[in-house]
Design a protein around this ligand. Structure first.
Ligand code: ADP
Length: 152
């Protein structure tokens, strides 16, 4: 059973995340979209809103489940017997950031591997940060979020 965890804030999920998740589906038996809860971070959407949005976006995909966790991602992966971490890469900056985390995770949990999928060009400029800015300023986010996104 190949089980992957896609950890993230998903504040909110974008079409960029959605594309990575859909492309990873044939690679794994199960993908857990896991919202990492960091008490030092201020989120735009509440945890409940992010969980219900993710559930709604992937309600027709039996291989996907939604969860949240606190603490180290590797400990969460071990607790649910996941053997892979899934992440997306948009830019060289993403790569540098992700590389150090993946290497530290590998050092702490050698049995876990991080799998990276390179973002498609049309998604490489899309970020949750920009979507939040558009929302705060009353703009239209519909082309940047999945079709079943729950509007706030
Ligand atoms: P975090 O707070 O952990 O960075 P995010 O929800 O912002 O959480 O991102 C989770 C993962 O999704 C990261 O690997 C990030 O690089 C990737 N990601 C974010 N936006 C995109 C996008 N537009 N295309 C591909 N991957 C993306």
């Amino acid at each position: 059973m190949k089980r992957a965890v896609f950890p993230g804030s998903f504040d909110p999920i974008t079409v960029g995340h959605e594309a990575i998740i859909n492309r990873a589906l044939p690679l794994f038996d199960e993908i857990i979209l896991a919202i990492g809860v960091n008490s030092n971070k201020n989120y735009f959407f509440t945890l409940e809103e992010r969980i219900s949005t993710l559930k709604n976006c992937f309600k027709n995909e039996p291989k996907i489940s939604i969860s949240s966790y606190q603490g180290l991602t590797i400990e969460y992966c071990k607790s649910i017997s996941a053997d892979h971490i899934l992440r997306g890469l948009r830019t060289a900056a993403d790569f540098e950031f992700e590389r150090t985390i993946a290497l530290m995770n590998k050092k702490m949990a050698p049995e876990l591997d991080t799998i990276f999928l390179i973002s498609e060009p049309e998604h490489s400029a899309i970020s949750s940060t920009v979507v939040r800015e558009i929302l705060k300023n009353g703009g239209d986010i519909s082309e940047f979020v999945p079709a079943n996104f729950i509007k706030k």
